[in-house]
Design a binder for this molecule. Sequence first.
Ligand SMILES: NC(=O)c1ccc[n+]([C@@H]2O[C@H](COP(=O)([O-])OP(=O)(O)OC[C@H]3O[C@@H](n4cnc5c(N)ncnc54)[C@H](OP(=O)(O)O)[C@@H]3O)[C@@H](O)[C@H]2O)c1
Length: 278
Amino acid sequence: MSKVAIVTGANQGLGFSLVETLCEQLDSSWTVYLTARNEERGNAAINKLQEQGLSPILHLLDVSKEATVHAFANHIKEQHGGIDILISNAAARISPDTPQSEQVAQFINTNNHGTYRIIQEFMPLLQENARFLVVASSFGSLTHLSPSLHAYFDIATNSLENIEAVMDEYVRLMETGKATDLGWPDWINIPSKIGQVASAKIMARMMNHEASEKGILINAVCPGLVDTAASRPWFDDMSSAQSPKQAAQDVVWLATLPVGAESPYGELIQHRKIIPWQ
Ligand SMILES: NC(=O)c1ccc[n+]([C@@H]2O[C@H](COP(=O)([O-])OP(=O)(O)OC[C@H]3O[C@@H](n4cnc5c(N)ncnc54)[C@H](OP(=O)(O)O)[C@@H]3O)[C@@H](O)[C@H]2O)c1
């Protein structure tokens, strides 16, 4: 059976370049899945890569819908037995021109509950020496959150479901205008990224024993500032931003750490270095 690499949200932006770079670096014993929620955009991305002589496989996957994540996991289990690399990258965009309270529900459903759906469905499918990454951000550290809220993200005691409930409560507080008074950041990207990193760390804690026996590595990763349509509206100066292809290099390095690597494990990594959790 071939080895399998999967990238979610891969028809554009960083995800597209992750698939491109994986196809370039992995040998012919690998099958690389470019997943996308929209068939037309997915096919356009596949065509672009085929023009370069690369051969990823398109699979439709909308991480905001449990049924499609479940169906894809079943497909992978039946066709390949499990996964060797999974990069959970899909993310909804937010606009600076629309109140955050009107965008928060969909944003959290895709970015946080979507990450949870991927973890739940694919955690049992990790093969020996698998690499599992959640693309998050350097904002996903407790240093960006008021100390009064840190207990919500206690990675030593919380379950994945506890983090899901915290994110739902955050949506409720944003939608009812109460979040700021309780000390939550104004920018919904910060609690969302902290929630994603917490989930990756809790998954690593849950898998700790099995992962060390099987050589599995689980981490969150920040690609740094990347010039995509998602980031452009938020930053006045993009002169220091990397192209998606440049940003993909360090993420793919982490996703392809060689057999025998024991670290990093359960960390948030940016440019090959650990970002402290708090
Ligand atoms: N850009 C940066 O500077 C930066 C910095 C730090 C972290 N990150 C993180 O890097 C990741 C990629 O960001 P990006 O800048 O490349 O964003 P992007 O250009 O907006 O790409 C996001 C991808 O996710 C897909 N997506 C959206 N909703 C989805 C869903 N429900 N199911 C499946 N796929 C879905 C999009 O598909 P459609 O084309 O169909 O919308 C698109 O392919 C995100 O996790 C982001 O938070 C980015």
